[in-house]
Each structure stands twice: as C-alpha cells, then as structure tokens.
Design a protein around this ligand. Structure first.
Ligand code: ZN
Length: 397
C-alpha cells in the first residue's frame, strides 16, 4: 500500500558528515541510515542523494565511559591537584558531612551533562546507593560496580562485606543497566574478601579493579617499602599483618580474581609490557581503562601507552570522578591522550572510546554502527580527519 510505504520511508533517517567513524574505521563520503534509532546500514553516499541530514566534522556512535564515580560529583574542585595518590586519598577520606541534597543534585547534574557530552554508557563505581534513583531513569546505560574494601584488615572483612552487599541489592538490572560486586584495589582487599566477591558475582560478566595507579602500590607488594605503611598509620590502620608477595600488585589481584570474568584494570600508570602479557596469559578477556586527566590531576603522570600498543592490549576510556577531574567528558580524555601521544592512530583512539568500551561492559547494542544496534549518534565538530584538539562534542540523539 503506497500510504504505508511512504510512512515507512519517512521513518528512515539518513545522516552524513565529512567523516563517519563506525566503531572500527573512519569513512569519507559515507552515509548512515537509522530507523527509530536503530542502525539500518552504513554505505557510500550516492551523488544526488535526497533527504540527507549533513553534519560538519565527524559522526560516531555514543561514547563509552568505563570508569567513573558518579556519587563523588559533589567533590568537584575540592581536592588539590598534583599531590600524588596517597595525599589524595587522605583528602578524600577526610571529607565528611556533606548535605545529602547537595550529593543527589550533583549526581543528577553530571548524569545530564554526560548524556549531553555524547556518553551512552558508564561503568560506575558505587560505594553507596546514592546514584540508584538517577540510574533507574537515565537514558545512559549504567554498569554499576559495587565496590568493596576492608583495608586489608581481616577483622573488617565481615562488616564491610555486609555493608556493601546491602548496597549491591539496592541496584537493579532494569532500564538496560547491569551490576557487579568488585574489589577496590589490591592494597585494600584481603584474600577472604576477594573470595566473597567472587561468590556474589557468579554468572556476572565484568569485574573492575583499580590497578597500579602509583609507584608506592608496587613497592608495597614487592617488599613493603613506599608510602603505604605510613598512609595506613595516618588513618589509624595497623598493617603489621600484611606480608609482601615479592611481585607487583597486579599479580596479587590476578591470584584472587575470577579469571572466568571479563576484567577491567583501571589506571595502569605503572603497568609494563610484561604485566600486560601475564594478564592476557591469565585471562583473555582483559581490558585496560585509562583515565588520563585523573592521572594528571592526582599523580601528574600518564601510563606508557606504547606498552599497550606494542602488546595489542585492549584499551578503554574512563573519566574517573570529579574529585580528580575537571569534567566528565570522554572527548576531553581523548584530547589529553592525543596531545601527549600523537603517535596513537586516530582510529585506535576512537575505538577505545566506543567499541572497546561497549565490549568491556558487555553492552552489545552500543559502541558501533553495525546493523541492528542502537548506539546513539554523536558529532565531533571541527574534526579534520585526525586532530581532536579543537573538537567540540554534540549529541544528535
Ligand atoms: Zn576510580
């Protein structure tokens, strides 16, 4: 019936731009068709194509933020930069008594800003359930990582597990969301707590852990040197029972995490090619989240990206929290990485921010322009084919 056909055609929308990135590759002179937000096809643009919505710069799938702490959004601008991880943690630990309204308003505001900044999905660390209501109605898909730690104290394990297990049950899997219980970092989680986390997560798909964010972390595990003992003492924790393993901290994590789960190592500023190779020997489904602006904010150094390229490692992008960043923006992270590492091919960089992030979080309908997916559509204005520095991000839908 002609009437029916006409309506059907109107439902298909055609988008083109100077460049289209499909999750893997950049295309020029290309066109993408969507039907109600679902990708129909990506094809070459014909010469006299009609009804095309044309955009300047780059069109790409919605961006994936694999590491955030949305619940810390109220800490924007409250922690000094460049102090190093241990003074940073001391600052964060000392901040209490914040009005709950302020906490919830900041969560709502940053959720909106992330959506507007083209972010389609977020892997979000949660120590509390403050973000649960926002996530339940957000257009962003959230993978909540309910984070546990007992500060390496056997006497705290039961109490902290009970506390975070209750938080875990306050998040649900509705609205496209997912959740898992995760360890905070090697230096804050006992073997016993790792085992409890593994048991709670049976059947879950992705586990994250903060990894090798500072030189002190490896020193602590190798021979109990570095600043961690003093740090623990300064917050009233006795670490006499801790005995070093003789190896960098990532090996302690691998010894106690479940190798059958996808694993997202976060930060990795001290990670070497040998650690990367050993991680893939342990578990083929390893992802490395890099949070460049947070690394500069806290430690004023960046990971060795060449080590990850040389080992064919799978990287993803994270913003970390507003306690250690100026903005929750994936484009800003990409700009920083590119500014100091212009050897990284642009297609690879864009893949970290889209397809790899979606794979890490197992959000299978996001991250690329493959037929049948519903990844969102984002524009990087002023993109010239390689340089991101003057780009601005806009969400199309
Ligand atoms: Zn973090």
């Amino acid at each position: 019936m002609p009437f029916y056909r006409k309506n059907l055609n109107n439902m298909i929308k055609k988008y083109s731009a100077d460049f289209i990135f499909d999750g893997e590759r950049l295309h020029q002179n290309a066109l993408i068709e969507f039907e109600q937000g679902i990708v129909k096809t990506l094809r070459t643009k014909e010469e006299h194509e009609e009804e095309v919505l044309y955009y300047e710069g780059l069109l790409l799938p919605g961006l994936i933020n694999t590491h955030c702490h949305l619940e810390l959004s109220h800490l924007f601008g409250k922690v000094p930069t460049g102090t190093g991880l241990l003074p940073f943690l001391r600052h964060v630990v000392s901040m209490r008594d914040v009005d709950q309204r302020e906490v919830l308003d900041a969560i709502e505001e940053q959720n909106d800003l992330m959506w507007k900044a083209g972010i389609q999905a977020v892997g979000d660390i949660s120590n509390k359930a403050d973000t649960a209501a926002t996530k339940a109605k957000s257009p962003i898909q959230y993978y909540s990582f309910i984070e546990m730690f007992d500060m390496m104290q056997a006497s705290f394990t039961q109490q902290s597990y009970d506390q975070y297990e209750a938080v875990y049950h306050q998040f649900d899997r509705a609205n496209g969301n997912n959740k898992a219980a995760v360890p905070h970092a090697p230096y804050t989680v006992t073997q016993d707590l790792f085992e409890r986390i593994n048991r709670l997560n049976e059947g879950t798909s992705t586990i994250s852990i903060h990894n090798q964010e500072t030189a002190h972390e490896d020193q602590y595990f190798i021979n109990k040197s570095g600043g961690f003992s003093d740090f623990y003492q300064s917050i009233g924790i006795n670490d006499e029972a801790f005995s070093p393993t003789g190896q960098p901290s990532i090996y302690y994590a691998m010894a106690h995490m479940d190798a059958a789960q996808k694993t997202l190592f976060i930060h990795n500023t001290m990670t070497t090619p040998d650690h990367i190779k050993d991680a893939y020997a342990w578990n083929k489904q390893v992802f490395w989240a890099t949070c460049a602006n947070a690394n500069l904010y806290i430690e004023n150094r960046l990971p060795d990206y060449k080590a990850f390229l040389d080992t064919n490692a799978t990287l993803t992008i994270g913003t970390d929290s507003l306690s250690s960043n100026w903005k929750l923006s994936i484009l800003e992270e990409l700009k920083t990485i590119q500014k100091y590492n212009s050897f990284i091919p642009i297609e690879l960089l864009l893949r970290w921010a889209t397809k790899n992030g979606a794979a890490a979080l197992s959000f299978d309908t996001l991250g690329s322009f493959e037929a049948g997916k519903k990844p969102g559509l984002v524009q990087f204005k002023h993109f010239d084919g390689s340089n991101l520095q003057s780009c601005e991000v806009e969400r199309i839908f």
